[in-house]
Structure formats: C-alpha cells, structure tokens
Design a protein around this ligand. Sequence first.
Ligand SMILES: NC(=O)c1ccc[n+]([C@@H]2O[C@H](COP(=O)([O-])OP(=O)(O)OC[C@H]3O[C@@H](n4cnc5c(N)ncnc54)[C@H](O)[C@@H]3O)[C@@H](O)[C@H]2O)c1
Length: 256
Amino acid sequence: MHSSAIYPSLADRPVFITGGGSGIGASLVTAFARQNAIVHFIDIDDTASRALVDRLTAESSAHRVSYSHCDIRDITALQGCIREFEAAHGPIRVLINNAANDDRHDWRDVSPDDWDERMAINLRPQFFAIQAAAPGMASAGGGSIINFGSISWKVGLGNMPGYTTAKAAVHGLTRSMARDLGGDHIRVNTVIPGAVLTQRQLEKWITPEDKTRLAEIQCLKQHLAPADVAPTVLFLAADDSAMCTAHEYFVDAGWG
Ligand SMILES: NC(=O)c1ccc[n+]([C@@H]2O[C@H](COP(=O)([O-])OP(=O)(O)OC[C@H]3O[C@@H](n4cnc5c(N)ncnc54)[C@H](O)[C@@H]3O)[C@@H](O)[C@H]2O)c1
C-alpha cells in the first residue's frame, strides 16, 4: 500500500530521518521525497543509503535527498548532523527518530555494557536528536517529532529485554517531551509498527511458521510491508494533524 495523499504543508519542509537507509526508514525517505520535502537521512549502511539516494535522484523530486554516515550512538556526531542540515536548509520541521536495532539476546547473557549498548541505540539518540532539533523548530513556529516505538513490548515478546525496555521508554519520552515542547507548537508522537516484513526481519527472524502465526493473530491477515507505515507518519508530520500530540499510533494490522 502506498500513500496517495499529498500534503501541501510538507512541500519544501526540512525533514530529518534517522536510519533511513533501509527497511521502514527507506520507505519514509521515499514517501517524504515524493511530498517534495527537503529530506536528509543518516545511517551506517553506506551502500544501501547511497543506492537509495541514487534511486530517488533518478525519480527527480523537487529537492535532492541527502545522506550522511552517522552512528546514532555517537551523540556529538548525531547533533552535529542536525546542525549541519539546519545550516544548509533552515530549522528542521519534521524529525523522525526511526533507527533502532532489535537484535535478540538471552537475558542471562546480558552484561551492564550490553544493556547500555541497547539503550545507546534504541533510546538515547531519540532524546538527544530532539534536544538538538527542538530549538530550531521553536524558532520556526513549530514542528512535528515522530518517535518509533514497537509492538514487541505491548504484546510481551521475549528474548530481547534490552530492546523492549528501550521501546517501552519511548512512550514516556514522547509524552514528557510533548508536554515540554507543546508551548512552542512542537508536537511529539509515537508510531508503533507491528510485524513489518522488512528485508532484515525476513533474513534474521521471521520464519514461514511466524508468517502463518502472524496471519492468525492479526485482525487483518495481510503481512505488513515497510510502505504501510509511511502514510501514518506523513499524516503526523503534516499540518493536517495539527492538534495531535503526546500519543501512540499503531500500524500493526490489529495485533496489539
Ligand atoms: N520491522 C518491524 O517489524 C518493526 C516492528 C516494531 C518496531 N519497529 C521499529 O521501526 C523502526 C524501523 O525498523 P526497521 O524494521 O525498518 O529496522 P531495520 O533494522 O530494517 O532498519 C533500521 C535502519 O537503521 C540503521 N541503523 C541501525 N543501527 C544504526 C546506528 N547505530 N546508527 C545509525 N543507523 C543505524 C540500519 O542500518 C537500518 O538502515 C525501528 O525503530 C524499529 O524498532 C520495526
């Protein structure tokens, strides 16, 4: 499914996306480029990211999508990328905290360093990206921040407590920052994907049996694709959702 909606408020709007090189992030980069937004994304996968930029450049949207290599665990680099993008294009109006890592881990094997590492990828960058982008958004009259949560903790999945704990905390981050930033007309929401069959999910975790089980437990029986998430994110980014903040929006085919 692809968004057929065009949001005039997104045209020419600076949009910053973490983890845009593949999976759901790549479909977000594509969807915002097709809205003629000014899109910059960061990632650590240079090959996939450059290929995406090339594909979108060939599609010729109004603005060339740009990419920089940045590991979101490095907060100085992350905030530096945000400042560089703002220096070139003005304040970020849409920030999408998408990058994450859901590698599985047995709770018995987790060391304190492993735990910190899970937070450093799945939670900490979301806050520090907001910290860097919010002042510019406020000066521009407002903006929209979309944090990515996960269905995993809602449905009580095991074998990844570092990931599920971080993703549960994203809800607290969203609500608390929505309160702090609402006075500056900055909205903060969480998007919660269900089981989205990205290439990585298919390669690493999802078995044919899982696919059958998902179809049984979801209300809707089709499997979710990355492009199914983008329309909800576009809506939350656009002025059409001007009075929506501090909440969670599920795109899970009715699993949670
Ligand atoms: N796919 C799903 O079923 C699913 C389910 C629930 C939640 N989510 C959430 O949706 C978001 C996107 O998920 P996805 O499945 O597309 O993920 P993915 O793993 O397919 O893609 C994540 C992207 O982030 C990049 N990335 C990973 N570590 C990084 C780092 N340290 N610095 C910078 N970039 C990094 C990867 O290279 C990749 O391009 C995540 O927040 C994830 O937790 C996904």
